[in-house]
Every structure is written in structure tokens, then in C-alpha cells.
Write a protein that binds this ligand. Sequence first.
Ligand SMILES: Cc1cc2nc3c(=O)[nH]c(=O)nc-3n(C[C@H](O)[C@H](O)[C@H](O)COP(=O)(O)OP(=O)(O)OC[C@H]3O[C@@H](n4cnc5c(N)ncnc54)[C@H](O)[C@@H]3O)c2cc1C
Length: 491
Amino acid sequence: MGDGDGTVIIGAGPAGLTAAYELLRHGRPVRVYEADDVVGGISRTVERDGWRFDIGGHRFFTKVARVEDFWHEILPDEDFLLRPRMSRIYYRGALFDYPLNAGNALRNLGLLEAARCLGSYGRARLRPPKDQSHFEGWVSARFGWRLYSIFFKTYTEKVWGMPADRLQADWAAQRIKNLSLATAMRNALLPRRNRTDVTSLIEEFQYPKHGPGMMWERCAEEVARRGGTVRTGAWVTEVHRDPAARRATAVTVADAGGERTEPAAHVISSMPISALVRAMRPEAPPEVRAAADDLRYRDFLTVALVVPEEFSFPDNWIYVHDPAARVGRIQNFGSWSPYLVKDGRTCLGLEYFVFEGDEMWRTPDAELVGFATAELERLGLVKPGCVEAGYVVRMPKAYPVYDERYQHNVDVIRDWLAAYVPNVHPVGRNGMHRYNNADHSMLTAMLTAENIAHGAEHDVWTVNVEQDYHEQRSPSRHGTGRDAPVVPARR
Ligand SMILES: Cc1cc2nc3c(=O)[nH]c(=O)nc-3n(C[C@H](O)[C@H](O)[C@H](O)COP(=O)(O)OP(=O)(O)OC[C@H]3O[C@@H](n4cnc5c(N)ncnc54)[C@H](O)[C@@H]3O)c2cc1C
């Protein structure tokens, strides 16, 4: 197996395409296989009837200079918009500023409820909940039960699909770090622009004018122009290995034309790490397969509804904390970019957090459009009868789930790959089972390209985009710069 066989890259999301581009920069041949018929992965832009939808809403924001440089190498400045971040919380008919603003919260809650919240805060300070090991205990100790139940409980439970007292607390500490009622009040009184010390307060971000997919469509074109190949509709079904040589030797690719097996000197994989293990031929040992089978995901579904512009709002999205509604967040795609929508209309993306195969996931599109329309009307955000069209976008495996065993499972797989197929390189979000932003996926890909191209020995598992990457600095197997709660494992 010579290096002439080049590198096969599984997946054309941010990680896969960054890896391809960087390897070509080093003069190395690459072939990218993408199972879907579009590039961009979760960072794609979906287009239907001329409307463009973002899966969630992708802010381009990073502290990593080489990621920022990469974005601007791929897209010219005129393709970027600089957008203000604005989002509010919908709760029982009122819109609360987010991050919370004391005056606005007080006005929306009313004097009586505000007094109850303060009383409940006072009680929590005097007699904090005994068990603060879970999300509910940790947050209610800092904000009081009433504020916790209004501003944290419902949304968190919608996202993760389980009661908040079953989520471990470290995630809360990470996600709302430095934020307490006292800091929230202080922030409410300080000037707001460019305050980036608290994770949830990023005020401005870049956004490609046609959505995040534009970045990856252009990147794929660049990869092809520089001599690489990017095939969509091409599913990598098997990764062949030579156990004696302890190397991967080839991959099997299935597409509309059938199946073929191609040699590979290296394999960079951004496919879910659980599926990578299952694709190994000969099979991985039972304990490694068991670890793969135990990894879990949370899935995501958007119902995008076209409405007249008068129902537009300035927010990028609104969090729906109202327990009566099933929807978790509502994107206003027109607020992300006027190029996503059409004149005189905007498009509201109602986001539902689901499990692949559950009742909602299986509901036919037309019914989902009806259901989402009724929710939107009930919330009072649009007038009855004003929805003109609706589209459903399903995104499986949107979130890798952190449960009590996930770290152990990932470690088992990671150690086996390193020992038995060291030329298979996991990168990116599901590729490494990391709850991340795109900059983390990209940095893992850049460092992997250097490992392949000139034998650098970066340990990509230690990449944390909140810190500059330094080989020597207290490597951790956990951080990405973004964190998720640890949920109970399946028994
Ligand atoms: C709701 C939501 C909001 C987000 N908001 C932001 C944000 O504001 N800013 C930000 O930076 N990030 C955001 N992210 C995270 C961002 O989407 C991811 O970090 C990024 O897309 C991960 O890139 P990736 O290449 O690692 O993986 P993916 O995007 O998952 O790409 C992997 C690709 O591999 C392909 N694939 C899988 N299996 C195979 C196979 N067997 N053969 C061939 N191809 C295969 C998939 O089809 C996919 O295209 C958000 C994510 C979600 C879910």
C-alpha cells in the first residue's frame, strides 16, 4: 500500500472538506465520499422551492485564527454578512430578552410573579438544594426554583428529552459559566457590545449570505479544482483492514452505480464513530462493537413555514419555554439573511428535538406542517390562516448524547483504533462523538491533515477551541469549547 493510494475522506461536512482542502494544500491526493446528495453535513443549507433553510442556525464565530482565516480564504468578504445576535425567550405570551435583562424580565413577569421569584431566590440562598449534582439542583440553587422553572427547565427538557433532575450538573456549570442572578443583573446594566467573556453573550457573528452550506459548496468546488474528488450520494459501507499489518487498506463505496472497493493509504472519518466501528472488515472485537452500539444520539426536525413579512421578528430565533408548546425554538430565517427568503415573505423554522423513529419523526410531512402551524398560531406569533407553505427537514444524529458511559465507550473505540488501525483518523462531531461547533470539527481536520502530510504528532482528541491548541497544555479527553449535559445511560 503506497501513499499513492491517497487519503479517502468519509463525509463532506466541515470536517471532511476542511481535511480535503488542507491535504491538497500539502500536495496530497484526496477522495471525499458523502452519503447525502448535498455537502455541508449538519452545516448544510437546505433549498426547497427557492427558500433556504439552515439546520438550526449556524453562527460563524471562533477564537481560532486559522479557522477564521480558512473561512475567508474560501469565501470572499462580500459573501459574509455581519449579523447582530438577537434572541428572546417566549413564556406565557411574553417575550423576555436573552440574555436576561432585569428591567424587561420584571415588566414581563409582573410585580406579583417577580416578588415570588425573589422570594424563591432568597430561599435558595438561605437553604440551597441538598443535591446539586444534577442540572435542576445546580441551577435552582443559583437562581431559585421559580426562575429556574421559567427560564431553564422546560427548554432543557425539550432538547434532551428527559427530566432535568436526571441531567448531570457539570454541563450547567460549563454552559452558563460565570452567570448567576447577580451577574445577569450586572450584565443588564453594562454596555452590551462586544462582551464575549460569558459563553451565552456573543453579540455579533459572521454569516455567509446564502447560509452556511454556501461555505461548504464553495469549499467542495475548490477541492475539485485543486485535483481532489468529492462524490455525493456515495456511502462508505465497509472499511477493510489487514490485522497482521495493523492498517486499513481499502474502503467499499456504494452509490447509484453499485458497489466498489478502493485502496486507501489513510482514511479520515467524519461518519459517526459508532458506524465506523460497525463498518470494519474483519469485524472489530466484541467489546469494541458493544461500546459502539452503546453510543446514542438526539435527532432534530425543522418545520419551516412561509409567512408574510409582517410576522417577521428581529430575533435570529426565539426560545419557546412555554411548557404547553412542543416546539423548542423558532428560527426566523429572514433575520439571518435576506438572501434566505423572498421579497415580502419570511420563513419561520419551528424546531423539534426528537429521537429518530419516534412518533413525531414518523409523522407525514403534511401533518407536521399542520401541527406546527397550529402551534405557531396558538403562541400568537402569527395570525390564523397566514401560513402560505410548509417544508419539513429531518436531521438524524444532530446531537451526540453524553451519557454516563459515553466517555468510556469513546475511549474503548479510540484506543482500539489507535492500536489496530492507526491510519484511520476520526475527526469532527459524530466522528469523535463530540458536542461541538464547526470550528472544533475544522481544527481536528486541520491537525489530522498535518499528521498525515508530514508526520506531525498532534493528538486531536485534546482539541478545545476555547483554548489555543497546545500540545503540552493539560490535555483533556473531554472539552470542545462547547458542552452538553451528561444524561443517564441506558440500562
Ligand atoms: C441545531 C444545531 C445548531 C448548530 N449551530 C452551530 C453554530 O451556530 N455554529 C457552529 O459553528 N456550529 C453549530 N452547530 C454544529 C455544527 O453543525 C457541527 O459542528 C458541524 O456541522 C460538524 O461538522 P462535521 O463535518 O464534523 O460533521 P457533520 O456536519 O455531521 O458531517 C458529517 C458528514 O458525513 C456524512 N456521512 C455520514 N456517514 C457517512 C458514510 N457512511 N459515508 C459517507 N458519508 C457519510 C454525513 O452525511 C455528513 O454530511 C450546530 C449544530 C446543530 C445540530
